[in-house]
Structures are given as C-alpha cells and as structure tokens.
Design a protein around this ligand. Structure first.
Ligand code: NAD
Length: 499
C-alpha cells in the first residue's frame, strides 16, 4: 500500500478528505513512494479556524515564552538533522550533504528569530509635547500563511514560520506538493518543542488550497516563494483581497568574469553554483558572462572538461556533485530547453541529454549541459530553465556585461569575479539586482540580513528573513499619551502643531 501523507492540524496529522492526491516520487529510481492529499477549501477552512482559535493565546504569551519554544525546536531539529536530510533527499533528489545545508540554513533563521524580544521592541519619546509621551509597538497580524516551492523544503518554510511565530502569529504552511514530508515533520517538532496546538498547521495541496488561503477572510498575510507567474498571481489576488503579500519569484543569475579574474577560482565557482543541486536553486548561476574574447576562451578551456567530468549520482551518494531532478515532468521541461537552445543556434559544447545512471535507469537524471554563444534574444537566455544547464554569453566590455543582468526581467542574484576593487565597487552600485556577490557566486544573505530580488523576482515590499521579516509579520502601532495633569481646559479646533 502506498503511504498517504495527510495534513497537520490542531497538533496532529489528519487524513485528507477531498479525495484528491498527488504522487511523491523517489527521483533517483523514478518510483512512486507516497501520495500526498490535496486539500480542498473545506480543509483549508478548518485549518484556518483552528489557527484563529489558537492565535490570541499565543500572541498573549510574552516574547520570551514564545522564543523558548523556538530554542527547544532548534535543539530538536539539530538532533534530527541527519534523518531529516535523508528524508528530504529521498523526495527532492538533492544529495544528503546538500539537504543538510538546506536544513541548516533554515535553522539559522530560527536562531535569528530567537532575538525576537529585542527585534519587537518599540520606540519611546519622553516628553513629545507638554505632558505627552509617544511610543510605538509592533503587533502580530493574526493568522498568516506561507506557500513554498519544492526546491528548499526546509529552509523556505523556516524562513517564514520562525519569524511569523516569534511575532505572535498563527501560521498555516502550504508546502510544495512534490516534497511535503520534511515540512510535516518540522510541524511535529514544533509541537514537541511546546508550541500550543493549532498555532502551526500544515495544509498540503495545490492551486485549490492556495486559492482558498488567498480568499479566506481570516488570513491576514501570505508569504510566497515559487515561480514568477504564480508569484505574480498570488500577489495580485492577495492584494485584491486586502491581504499583505510578499511573493518571491524566479531568477536568471549572471556571473560576470572580468579578464583579471582568477580563472581557476572562477571555474570552481561556476561548477558549484551552476550545477549544484542540479541547478534547481533560485540563486544558481545560469549565465556566465566572460568579458572579452580572451577571457571567454580561457574560461571555456578550463570549464568544458569540468562540466564533462561532473559526478552525477543517486541522491544517497554523498560524494556525487548532484543528483536527479525532482520529477520526470521537470526533467522533460529542462531537456526541452536544451533542444530549444540547439534550435535557436547556440553552441552546445557539452550535451548531457544522453546521460543514464547505471542501476537507476528510470531516475530523473540529466548530465551537465553547457552552451556557448548564447544571445540575449534567445528563449534559453530569457527564460528560467532551473536545471544543470549553463549558458555563456560573451560580452565585448564591462559596460556590455553589466547591461545584460540589468536589462533582464529577473533581478534575484548576480556576481562579478575580478581583482579590481574599482570595478567591483562600481558593479555593486550599478547592478539592478537585489543580491550581489563580489567573488562570491551565490550571495545568499545570512539569516540576520534580508533575502530578496528586484524586478520580477519579487512582488511586494518586504524581503524574507532578517529585520524585514519582523516588519512583514507585524503591524506597527503608535500611541500618544497625556494624563489629566498635563491637559489644558477648552476644546482645540486647530490641528495640534509644535509651536
Ligand atoms: P511553483 O511556482 O510551481 O510552486 C510554488 C508553490 O505554488 C507550490 O506550493 C505550489 O503548490 C503552488 N502553486 C503551483 N501552481 C499554482 C497555481 N497555479 N496557483 C496557485 N499556487 C500554485 O514553483 P516550484 O516549481 O515549486 O519552485 C521552483 C521555482 O521557485 C523557481 O522558479 C525558482 O526560481 C523559484 N524560487 C524562488 C526563490 C526566491 O527566493 N526568489 C527561492 C526558491 C525558489
């Protein structure tokens, strides 16, 4: 019998009642290993009702009490990190060490959120006017929801859950239907850590569950991470329903290679950032831009043999550079982009389409692919591929190289490799991109900074984690107070000003 994954509501797992399910694969073997229930609007409604009932009590607990739950959760998650990594790897296809990194980055946001008592402190002005004091506070929004993508099944749910809970909200998690087991286990760990039942519920599902959350009057805010078309839809629909929305979308991250860059270090960076996790990262480098023909030739001379010798393996192979893609459907999509690149006239220097993994012939594997002479008007350049495919776009000079990411519709991450401080500084200022790396290929900010792109990589005005998360998950209130002894007799008809 295939294992069935339900939902997590009121502190326990419950079976789905909609009768709709989605298959969960083992990407290394291609076999269906479980089925996840897809919630209908009734089930979402029950989860919201449950969260609403629990939220006021949780908000009333003082911030230190709340973060003690996070501290205990941190301890439990660290104790279980190896088995969680294996579970993640078996559904997602990323290698176990990479899955561990996914968990670790999420747990770091829990660590940051433990600073909530400090981060939630308001401001106070003593004597803002005659006998008048003024102070501000940040209050939770109520019931908030998080909708997450398949590619970071622990990190991204924790980006949202940790600050949302620390601020005193109840949180409804809607993980990706492709790898929901780790989010379900994280929810159990929160309850084991002492979180009151109902403060964190998980509804599994697809568009139907997302739509139910977007239209539910008791959901105050939604945090979304996924592809750009869905991010835009979630943003527009949520805003039209009066909700606070942050929606992070797709990416096409460039790495500019200046002629003075250390080529060995640059190639190491491109191999790891282009092909790690099979390119299924929103911060993966998918475009390399060597500046000048000499730099391009020097780069490719070293890069081609490295792409040809990538070590691909089942996700359980800890020494593999990367594992299979998440589903057959996604594999077919990525492969069709490689076909398209050839049709569009780019030079396919390394063709991974023929790769098969011995002993895992039905797994969703694709060998590393490398294109040269990709042009900005090609679809393989304009669109996000999200696979182990790197495109080289040659630029004649620095200005032409800078214009490429700046003119692109996405603005998530970008990097420059150079030894020249002047160029690096100019690049950091002029790049129209949210996260910039200088000799760092994947410039993912640490938990106490905020993560977010520009342009069509983020809809809304708040980034993830860091101080922004405490602003997104709270509403500010300012109180002006005067006591009778400070009041003058008589009504005032003119707007009060500071004379
Ligand atoms: P996706 O957009 O297909 O799914 C994301 C979430 O939206 C899932 O929970 C899914 O169930 C839900 N969803 C899917 N279709 C929907 C619809 N029609 N209506 C409403 N909800 C829907 O994304 P994915 O394939 O799971 O993840 C990969 C994408 O996420 C890539 O584009 C990647 O760049 C992006 N991503 C972005 C960031 C970032 O920080 N900017 C981080 C990770 C991933």
């Amino acid at each position: 019998m295939t294992r069935e994954i339900g939902h997590f509501v009121g502190g326990k797992t419950v079976a789905g009642t909609s009768g709709r399910f989605s298959d969960i694969y083992n990407p290394s073997t291609g076999a269906v290993q479980a089925k996840v229930a897809l919630a209908g609007s009734d089930e979402v409604g029950k989860a919201v009702e449950n969260a609403l009932a629990a939220q006021a009590g949780w908000a009333a607990a003082n911030p230190q009490r709340r973060i003690r739950v996070l501290i205990e959760f941190y301890n439990l998650a660290m104790k279980e990190i190896d088995s969680l990594a294996e579970l993640m790897s078996s559904e997602h296809g990323k290698t176990v060490p990479d899955a561990r990194g996914d968990l670790q980055r999420g747990i770091e946001v829990v660590e940051f959120a433990i600073g909530a008592p400090h981060l939630l402190k308001g401001e106070f002005t003593d004597g803002a006017g005659p006998g008048i004091d003024m102070y501000s506070m940040r209050q939770p929004l109520g019931v908030v929801a998080g909708i997450t993508p398949f590619n970071f099944p622990a990190m991204i749910p924790l980006w949202m859950a940790a600050p949302a809970l620390a601020c005193g909200n109840a949180f409804i998690m809607k993980p990706s239907e492709r790898d929901p087991s780790v989010p379900m286990r994280l929810a159990e760990l929160f309850i084991e850590a002492g979180l009151p039942e109902g403060v964190l519920n998980v509804v599994n599902g697809d568009k139907e569950a997302v739509d139910a959350l977007l239209h539910h009057r008791d959901v105050s805010a939604l945090s979304f991470v996924g592809s750009t078309p869905i991010a835009e839809y979630v943003y527009a629909t949520g805003c039209a329903n009066g909700k606070r929305i942050q929606a992070l979308g797709g990416a096409k991250n460039h790495l500019i290679v200046m002629p003075d860059a250390d080529m060995d270090q640059t190639v190491d960076a491109l191999i790891g950032a282009g092909y790690g996790s099979a390119g299924e990262r929103c911060m993966a480098v998918s475009v390399a831009v060597p500046v000048g023909e000499q730099a391009a030739d020097a780069l490719l001379e070293k890069l081609v043999p490295r792409v040809e010798s990538l070590r691909i393996g089942p996700s359980s192979d800890a020494d593999a550079d990367y594992g299979p893609l998440v589903t057959k459907q996604h594999l077919d999509k990525v492969r069709s982009y490689v076909d398209l690149g050839v049709e569009e006239g780019a030079d396919l220097l390394v063709d991974g389409r023929g790769f098969t993994m011995q002993g895992y012939e039905d797994g969703f594997f694709l060998g590393g692919c490398l294109f040269d002479n990709v042009k900005p008007d090609m679809r393989i350049y304009k669109e996000e591929i999200f696979g182990p495919v790197l495109s080289v776009v040659r630029a004649k000079d620095y200005e032409e190289a800078l214009e490429l990411p700046n003119a692109h519709e996405f603005g998530n991450g970008v990097a420059i490799f150079t030894r020249d401080g002047d160029t690096a500084r100019d690049f950091a200022h002029r790049a129209q991109i949210g996260m910039v790396g200088i000799n760092v290929p994947i410039p993912v900010p640490l938990a106490y900074h905020s993560f977010g792109g520009w342009k069509r990589s983020l809809f809304g005005s708040h980034n993830q984690h860091g101080p922004d998360a405490f602003h997104f998950f709270t509403k500010p209130k300012t109180v002006t107070a005067r006591w009778p002894s400070g009041m003058k007799d008589g009504a005032e008809f003119v707007i009060p000003t500071m004379k």
